[in-house]
Every structure is written in structure tokens, then in C-alpha cells.
Ligand binder design. Structure first.
Ligand SMILES: [Zn+2]
Length: 78
């Protein structure tokens, strides 16, 4: 079977999730994720940065930016 896991607009790259409409690009893994997983992964990166006194890695650009047009896309896809 042809997999759409992790591709833009395909299924979330997180194995435990794999929801459709993966539109959030992770610059660390070069794969696409759904909104929930993108938020979860970015939050843990932020927490790591705080713990280690480092600037947090930006894995998902725009995930915490309410003006990012992809939030609107997620609403339509729901
Ligand atoms: Zn997901």
C-alpha cells in the first residue's frame, strides 16, 4: 500500500496518531504532522529549552501564531 504518512496533506507522521490533514512541517524530521501533534512536539521542545537554559528550537514555524493561515485550514478540515 502506498503510504501518505508524513507527507504534506497526508497522514500525521506520528505513528501513534496518523490522522489525516497533516499540514504542519517539522524542520527537524522533514515530515508533516497534524495540529495536535505539532503543538505537543513544539511544547516539549520549548520545555527542553527552558530546562537547559537554551533558546527553544523552532520545529513548527507558526504553530503558536494565531495568524498562521494553516490554523484556518485546520478549522475547515474538521
Ligand atoms: Zn498527529
Amino acid at each position: 500500500m502506498c503510504s501518505t504518512k508524513g507527507v504534506q496533506g497526508g497522514n500525521c507522521n506520528r505513528t501513534a496518531c496518523q490522522k489525516p490533514n497533516a499540514i504542519w512541517y517539522n524542520v527537524g524530521t522533514f515530515k508533516y504532522y497534524c495540529r495536535n501533534c505539532a503543538i505537543m512536539i513544539q511544547r516539549s521542545a520549548n520545555d527542553y529549552g527552558i530546562q537547559c537554559h537554551e533558546p527553544p528550537m523552532v520545529l513548527f514555524e507558526g504553530i503558536f501564531d494565531p495568524l498562521d493561515p494553516r490554523h484556518e485550514l485546520d478549522r475547515k478540515n474538521r
